[in-house]
Design a protein around this ligand. Structure first.
Ligand SMILES: Nc1ncnc2c1ncn2[C@@H]1O[C@H](COP(=O)(O)OP(=O)(O)OP(=O)(O)O)[C@@H](O)[C@H]1O
Length: 386
């Protein structure tokens, strides 16, 4: 449905500033009917990407194809205008007009284009769009009489009124409070899926991306660094950045001391750990061992994993109460802290000795990159190598 190839966009330097390379040869493709998220930290290029797809920003190079239509190609000198791309957009601010009724807000794009389709047809299309977002019967209300979540649905109805082939959403939930955001995330996914439209969704919130998307493109500094389902990126990150941004992780510097078949051995400050390894790593490489907080099994040894699970012993440094779960920091040998999640009812005492089993299939060795190695204390890689 959408294919972006080698897209480049550099914002020219402002007086006294430097040029910003916002997109560096970005390629991705989105399947028909998928909700596809662009996820990454602030400034990584998500909005620039979305605006290039929308035709609101002109790339410097590359190609964008929507359906079978090339809407931008530098080589072919093609540039289809935003209004001719057949897209619907929902922005962070919703851009709902407070002085208009719900129906007038939704009808706005029909009247804007200067081809007024006639009262009856407008009313029919507004009613259809409102029904799609489950706001049938709300047309005569003032837009200000709606809750934040309902206003967001009005914005969605307005984006759908032209029956777009692709829906673009730029952080559409970020103005809602935390609890409503959770509800709306589920609701928005159900709505988009029931309409059957393909959607590209921009967010910097990994929980939001995981909850709403069929696929995620993880972006960092103008590049797409990994594409996959949320589950795939969570379970099989390629880099420390991907592990750190998608979920939370213990990132431990290590050296790969053996690589055989599906398992590798990571030499870490607290011993040798068997783990899976990301593609492209070799024996002798300096790398990062990723241990998700929910990976260790506390004070237990799985009966069927005797040879494939390392055991480490440490002391409880701190216990943080988070409701259903508690976060336990375990101080391991040579200054390493490992964060693990435990059931609230199993809370250990601070200072208590604790034994962790680390099954190999739950640990993964990934490529080093610039992600902060956050939980490994002050251990230096050189020490590990020694
Ligand atoms: N009009 C502009 N002129 C100059 N630089 C810009 C412009 N728009 C964006 N940038 C820069 O381009 C880079 C990418 O910005 P972009 O808005 O695409 O990132 P983002 O991932 O959407 O960030 P956020 O999540 O904060 O919205 C940033 O360094 C930003 O400062």
């Amino acid at each position: 449905m959408l294919k972006v190839s080698h897209l480049e966009r550099t914002y020219p330097a402002q007086p006294g500033g430097v040029a910003v390379q916002a997109l560096k040869s970005v390629s991705l493709s989105v399947e028909q009917g998928d909700i596809f998220s662009l996820l990454g930290p602030s400034g990584c290029g998500k909005t620039t990407m979305l605006q290039c797809i929308a035709g609101l920003e002109t790339p410097d190079a590359g190609r964008i194809v929507i359906g079978s239509q090339t809407v931008y190609s530098r080589d072919e000198r093609t540039q289809v205008s935003a209004s001719e791309r057949g897209l619907g957009m929902v922005f962070q601010s919703y851009a709902i007009w407070p002085h208009m009724s719900v129906a007038e807000n939704v009808a706005f794009p029909l009247l804007q284009r200067g081809r007024n389709p006639g009262r009856e047809q407008i009313a029919q299309r507004v009613n259809d769009a409102l029904a799609m977002v489950e706001l049938a019967g709300y047309g005569n209300r003032s837009a200000t009489q709606l809750s934040g979540g309902q206003q967001q649905r009005v914005a969605l109805a307005r984006a759908l009124i032209h029956k777009p082939r692709l829906l673009l959403l730029d952080e559409p939930l970020s103005n809602l409070d935390a609890k409503l955001r959770d509800t709306m995330r589920t609701e928005l996914r159900q709505l988009i899926k029931s309409i059957g439209i393909t959607a590209v969704f921009v967010t910097h919130d990994q929980v939001e991306a995981m909850g709403i998307s069929d696929k995620v493109a993880l972006m960092c500094a103008g590049k797409v660094v990994q594409v996959g389902t949320s589950r795939d990126i969570y379970l099989n990150p390629h880099t420390a950045f991907a592990a750190d941004f998608m979920g939370s992780s213990n990132l431990i510097p290590c050296v790969i001391s053996d690589m055989g078949g599906e398992r590798a051995i990571a030499t870490t400050p607290f011993g040798q750990i068997r783990a899976r390894a990301a593609a492209g790593l070799r024996s002798g490489d300096e790398a990062i061992l990723v241990i998700r907080p929910n990976a260790p099994i506390v004070d237990a040894r799985p009966a069927n994993a005797q040879d494939d699970a390392a055991q480490v012993t440490g002391n409880v440094a701190s216990v943080a109460f988070l409701g259903e779960k508690i976060e336990v920091q375990v101080r391991l040998p040579r200054g390493c802290n490992l964060v693990t999640m435990m059931n609230t009812f199993d809370a250990p005492a601070e200072g208590q000795e604790i034994r962790l089993t680390l099954p190999a299939e739950r640990c993964i060795i990934v490529h080093r990159d610039n992600a902060a190695v956050s939980t490994a204390g002050d251990v230096k890689l050189a020490e590990v190598a020694a």
